[in-house]
Design a protein around this ligand. Sequence first.
Ligand code: PHE
Length: 372
Amino acid sequence: MYTVPNLKEYLSDPIQQVADLLTALHEEAGAVQTESDWKVFRDRWMARKGGILAQVNDLWLRAAPPERKRDAGKRVNDLKARVEEIVEATLQGIRTGVPAARADSDRLDITLPGIQRAIGAEHPIIKTMNEVVAVFRNLGYSVEEGPEIETDYYNFEALNFPPNHPARDTQDTLFIANQRTKPPREQLLLRTHTSPVQIRTMEKMEPPIRIVIPGKVYRNDPPDASHSPMFHQIEGLAVDTNITFGDLKGTLDHAMKAFFGSSVKTSFRPSFFPFTEPSAELLVSCFVCGGSGKRSTEPCRPCKQTGWIETLGCGMVDPNVFEFVKDNGYDPSKVSGFAFGMGADRIALLKYGVDDLQLFFQNDVRFLRQFA
Ligand code: PHE
């Protein structure tokens, strides 16, 4: 028959003493068969005078030296709750015919290994976006976001794509159905780039501004090794007085070195976007072959043997764009700025040497785990 050990024994190993008490409790609960057994059992454990709980309280808690009181208090409290619970469950057990206390005691096996919960990790594309954003944060840029379902006005018109202009054809657009009754500029679509957030931000923030805009974009491209109908961009915009193409070059050259490594070189080629003038494409020297186009004896794949990799589109903000936000301080005769936009998925693909974009979206854990 269990008896409550004295304070000295308790203090020498409280965990063991608590475990012994609970073992005894479960054993005795398991032997209870009738309601009158149960009453005896209940009184033995819970009687205010002389019950085991009362003894525990006197011997382990009240008599404990001051520095052990806190700990003893917590254990005795937990024990009290546990004993009450088992005594109650035992009564339910005999009434329903299910031996609750027995089932409960079987539940605890302290020799079983612990449960390991997978804590997860950033997806490689999100990780890439965060790294690029961090480079610009360090330059004083702040982060802006905008809606993925966008109006024609923000996605095209205010970015200097006039209605029916052929430049719209370069971005195969997914339109939301049943919009025909709305005025053209209010019609909804899935944004084809993050550039609409340039306009949204300039509407709410006066110049000077320096922002980066990470986000999802959508185009009507069938999925293959280098295309996906949903992908990710990181946009940038700086507007102030006297911003020049030199600022654009210096900023992007720094950003590419910070992201790909200080040995990469950058090169700009003329390009066209309706919302920038002049526009350029930025190339970085291939960080796989070092710009030689060759990888020991093999031809270099990422740069297609050219030694250069296209990373983004950029340019000076077209004055026509400022006209749309002129009322908020963007007078095209007073401010100037530059913008850029890059595909985060493509950058992740190049950086990690992945040869099929679809791997990023199938989310096979065996693939993703490699980036965790
Ligand atoms: N929005 C352009 C695209 O998706 C990229 C870009 C952004 C170009 C900003 C210039 C300036 O193709």
